[in-house]
Design a protein around this ligand. Structure first.
Ligand code: HEM
Length: 504
């Protein structure tokens, strides 16, 4: 026992000495961004802790500047907090910073970047992005599926109306919208939908996706990712990740992918039948462009990137509309005036409703669903903001702060959609202004923006034109406390909302 302890201490001593030597040597060669003084092995971890959420990172930016470095054990984190430097990361030096940084948990879920979201910038990523563009990310897809999304929204309205609780004690609207978002996405991906919230297959899928998100989103595993000598303590956690990953892939295979393969063999009978996304992807596999694993990693990417983000954005919008009745009223008035009372919002209508668009923009600004974007990474040593950035640094762009910094925005803490019709009327969601990047910008920006915005517009438009949304009895507001995580910004409590049907 003593022997083992002695060896461990000796190992620790040697590692410390080497780390100090390396950092001294490197310090001479590199002009590194400012940051708290690190200690050997742990770096800044003991000072900073695990919770690297966007608000905590703002506090550091105020101390260390628009670009600063945190050394978290073996990981180097560069945090960018100004529009100018964000422009360099995402645009001017988009190639240099176009890779993704992973961690021990994401390595498992994405097969070390075999997916699309976490793929290293290069051939594989380019190929994956090309293969998914036609089946998911074109205007043609929007025009093909918008009727389905409108149908799903109509079903939400009908179900909420049919539930007597809606207009009395209120309901957790999010639960019903969850089914809608699965259906919106699974219609595109597999030409499938689920009939009810209690569909056993949907419940299984949601449980596995939920656990996948929870395991990845938690800050609890950071210590083992940052500090390799502590990694053995993560063994149980990583084993669970592996198990969930295997179960999900099996479920995708058994219930969805195999079905499309079978139909593939019998189709072309009806030449008019439209291909769903999976048909295109299987075609790419048949041509040898991607392998079978890639197919599952695409399904994994879409499940995670599409459903949760869009659902959470809708959830935040509803919460803000409930807490700002004057905004809700103005939105309802716009829809009634532009379309006519009771005329149900469709996708083409969403382009004729500037206040609806402004409500969506304001939600994505104040409650930015992916506040630090997906981490970027430089494969080679690079320069940024006058500093040297060592190869394989994880670059976090604090997009939430860019959009909520009082130096750049008028009263940013206020939910005020009017700003996008008044002083910020030139700001678009597509990244034309580096203060506002809810979907990122440049090579790694979100291709799903094309789908997410109309889905949000149709859903919010229909809810507001059909219901008066208010807090439950006895409450003047609903709780909008935030629960930040590794990637997405959640509302802490899924709110109960009273949805009183309007009579037309
Ligand atoms: C409101 C909803 C959404 C928000 C706020 C959002 C936001 C983002 C952000 C910030 C990024 C990273 C950008 C960067 O690193 O520079 C991203 C990447 C991505 N998103 Fe979205 N997203 C949403 C919906 C969707 C949907 C509906 C899909 C798919 C159907 C999707 C698919 C993707 C993919 C595949 C990537 C990775 C792109 C790459 O690395 O090349 N997203 N998203």
């Amino acid at each position: 026992m003593m022997d083992v302890l002695e060896k461990a201490l000796l190992g620790l001593f040697l590692a410390t000495t080497v780390a100090i030597l390396i950092s001294k040597l490197r310090g001479k060669r590199f002009k590194l961004p400012p940051g708290p003084v690190p200690v050997p092995i742990f770096g800044n971890w003991l000072q900073v802790g695990n919770d690297l959420n966007h608000r905590n990172l703002v506090d550091f930016a105020k101390r260390f500047g628009q670009i600063f470095l945190l050394r978290m054990g073996q990981r180097k984190l560069v945090i960018v907090s100004s529009p100018e430097i964000a422009k360099h990361v995402l645009h001017t030096q988009g190639v240099e910073f176009g890779s993704r940084s992973s961690n021990v948990v994401f390595d498992i879920f994405t097969g070390k970047g075999q997916d699309l979201v976490f793929a290293v910038y290069g051939e594989h990523w380019r190929k994956m992005r090309r293969i998914v563009t036609v089946p998911f990310f074109t205007n043609k897809v929007v025009q093909q599926y918008r009727f389905g999304w409108e149908d799903e929204a109509a079903r939400v309205v009908a179900d909420v109306k049919a539930n007597p609780e809606s207009s009395t004690n209120g309901i957790v609207l999010r639960k019903r919208l969850d089914l809608m978002m699965y259906n919106n996405t699974y219609r595109i991906m597999f030409d499938r939908r689920f009939e009810s919230e209690d569909d056993p297959l949907l419940l299984k899928l949601k449980a596995l996706n939920g656990e996948r998100l929870r395991l990845a989103q938690s800050f609890d595993y950071n210590y083992g990712d940052f500090i390799p000598i502590l990694r053995p303590l993560l063994r149980g956690y990583l084993k669970r990740c592996k198990k969930i990953k295997d179960q999900r892939f099996q479920l995708f295979k058994d219930y969805f992918v195999d079905e499309r393969k079978m139909l593939e063999n019998t189709k072309r009978v009806d030449n008019n039948s439209l291909m769903c996304a999976m048909d295109h992807i299987l075609e790419a596999q048949q041509k040898g462009e991607i392998n079978e694993d890639n197919v599952y990693y695409i399904v994994e990417s879409i499940n995670i990137a599409a459903i949760d983000t869009t659902l959470r954005s809708i959830e935040w919008s509803i919460a803000e509309l409930v807490n700002h009745p004057e905004v809700q009223k103005k939105l309802r008035h716009e829809i009634d005036t532009v379309l006519g009372v009771g005329v149900q919002v469709t996708e083409p209508d969403t382009h004729k409703l500037p206040y609806l668009e402004a409500v969506i923009k304001e939600t994505l600004r104040l409650r930015m669903p992916v506040p630090l974007l997906v981490p970027h990474m430089n494969l080679q040593d690079a320069k940024l903001g006058g500093y040297d950035i060592q190869a394989e640094s994880k670059i976090l762009v604090n997009a939430w702060w860019l959009a909520n910094n009082p130096a750049h925005w008028k009263n940013p803490e206020e939910f005020r959609p009017e700003r996008f019709l008044e002083e910020e009327s030139n700001v678009e969601t597509n990244g034309n202004d580096f203060r506002y990047l809810p979907f990122g910008v440049g090579r790694r920006s979100c291709p799903g923006i094309l789908l997410a915005l109309p889905m949000m517009g149709i859903t919010l438009g229909r809810l507001v034109q059909n219901f008066e949304l208010s807090p439950p009895p006895g409450q003047s507001k609903i709780d909008t406390a935030e629960k930040p995580g590794q990637f997405t910004l959640h509302i802490l409590k899924h709110s109960t909302v009273v949805a009183k049907p309007r009579s037309f």
